[in-house]
Design a protein around this ligand. Structure first.
Ligand code: G3P
Length: 494
């Protein structure tokens, strides 16, 4: 394969849709991006337009091709926002209702009803996922029960449902292919990660007709080919990979064996590590499928932290600072947080605590506390939360994990990354490229063609330099702040 043969990688995220042209060495030849609109029609609800999403994908494909000139595109790779779900008409391809995105909590009553009826344990044991409105299963129930006529039409076999990967595939193939991959299926809460198939009993519990569901294929499959006029690519360009974005980042880092963890530091943080087999977490972590190659599923553990990088922006605003970068500069002016600890439970605490009623807590303040100490506490909180998930993963795996591969905004902050390495007592390698998910989708597409694209190299490496005693003191300070946070009952205000 020559470095002139390119994969067009799409990263369809919540905030932006991106396209990159990537060669087999991992070099990015050109890229394009468009922002996406998210609407919040009611408190706790979040949705996007399926039609706008496709228009955005078509735009970035056209833009990236226009920038690149006449180059051979040998295939398409797709990385996508996970857990967002759309129902559409099988005959016309017209969406039936909005794309209900992962952040949306509208299906909370259905989840509560299933919990009250004692189904939570069975759901978690089959899917590896705690019963929660984050996941699409209950969102599909909501759409079928609330969009006029949807349930009747679904029962007649007239509707299709899919995660974003399958919606993109449907459109790129001109409405001929309805398929998803194991990584996306594993996040729906309808997929049995043991049998690697849709679970009939779960579909019954969530009232989802199985005729609506996509065929499931290996993440490195020949999913279909672009149709004439579906986008600016020539008709017949093969779609060679589909994978959820967090999983794609792990693949993009070049992780192929258990032992290394990747952390994507965005608004929240997703930590993911491969496991040798399917593990049922007993420490508050999701068990999921990282990807599948040649039909073989690769299992993983994932911990999702709800508010991570966003902590810096939040505290910057409270302190009247311009932005997170200004906060970071302020934090650099002091050697430590002077005993101040901030637990950013601003929308509750996610993994490994799962307490949606928890709220943010600042502990350890004295008359000696200065804004710079609060700034430092905000940045330290990003690292402390990751360390908690790390420890939970290690407890589930029964063995020590190694290096952390970091990507996303805060991975470019040396103060956060050094503290992360110190608190974990592990090396941290921050990725050289910002688009690790798109590069992961490209790498998977190349692997479908039998070519190994190298992982994204590290731009910066951090080694632990803190003494064991100092590290233990910090961990103790954090643990006690978390205990205080969890001890406060906010149920009346949540
Ligand atoms: O759109 P992103 O990049 O924020 O990713 C969303 C996640 O996949 C949700 O689980």
């Amino acid at each position: 394969m020559t470095d002139r043969e390119l994969i067009l990688a799409i990263d369809q995220g919540t905030t932006n849709t991106k396209a990159l042209l990537v060669d087999a060495t991992g070099r990015v030849h050109s890229q394009a991006s468009v922002p996406n609109l998210v609407t919040y029609p009611r408190p706790g609800w979040a949705e996007q337009s399926g039609i706008d999403l496709i228009a955005g994908v078509q735009t970035v494909i056209a833009d990236v091709l226009a920038k690149a000139g006449d180059v051979p595109i040998i295939g398409v790779g797709i990385s996508n926002q996970r857990e967002s779900i759309l129902v559409w008409d099988a005959a016309t391809g017209v969406p039936v209702g909005p794309l209900v995105i992962w952040q949306c909590r509208r299906s909370a009553p259905k989840c509560e009803a299933l919990r009250a009826d004692g189904h939570a344990e069975a759901i978690e044991s089959r899917t590896g996922l705690a019963l929660d409105p984050l996941f699409p299963a209950a969102k599909i129930t909501w759409l079928l029960d609330n969009v006029p006529g949807a349930r009747t039409r679904a029962e007649k076999g007239e509707l299709r449902v899919g995660t974003v990967d399958s919606w993109l595939l449907w459109n790129l193939t001109g409405g001929t292919v309805h398929t998803t991959d194991h990584s996306n299926a594993s996040r729906t809460q309808l997929f049995n990660t043991k049998t690697l198939s849709w679970d009939e009993e779960l579909c019954t519990l969530f009232d989802v007709p199985m005729s609506m569901l996509a065929e499931i294929k290996s993440s490195d499959s020949r999913f279909g080919a672009t149709a004439e006029g579906a986008c600016a690519l020539p008709a017949g360009t093969p779609i060679l990979s589909m994978i959820g974005d967090s999983h794609a980042a792990l693949f993009g880092h070049g992780v192929r064996e258990p032992g290394t963890v990747k952390g994507t530091y965005g608004t929240g943080t997703s930590l993911m590590a491969l496991t040798p087999e399917r593990i049922r977490s007993t420490h508050g972590i999701s068990s999921t499928i990282a990807w599948s190659q040649n039909g073989k599923a690769q299992y993983a553990l994932e911990g999702n932290i709800s508010v991570s990088g966003q902590t810096a922006a939040f505290v910057a605003e409270l302190l009247g600072l311009a932005d997170a970068a200004t906060l970071s500069a302020l934090a650099e002016t002091v050697p430590d947080s002077n005993g101040v600890t901030f637990v950013p439970a601003l929308v509750g605490l996610g993994a490994p605590y799962w307490r949606s009623d928890a709220r943010g807590t600042m502990t350890g303040m004295s008359l000696g506390t200065k804004p710079a100490h609060l700034a430092r506490a905000a940045l330290e909180a990003i690292a402390f939360q990751v360390a908690d998930v790390y420890a939970a993963m290690e407890a589930d795996m029964g063995s020590a994990l190694g290096e952390l591969r970091a990507d996303g905004g805060a991975s470019r902050n040396p103060l956060v990354m050094q503290f992360q390495s110190d608190i974990l007592g592990r090396p941290v390698a921050a990725a050289a490229a910002p688009e690790v998910s798109a590069l992961g989708a490209a790498a998977l597409a190349f692997s479908a063609l039998g070519t190994a694209m190298p992982g994204v190299p590290a731009a910066d490496k951090y080694e632990p330099s803190m003494s064991a005693a100092e590290c233990a003191n910090h961990r103790q300070r954090w643990a006690s702040a978390v205990t205080q946070t969890l001890a406060t009952n906010n149920k009346t205000t949540s």
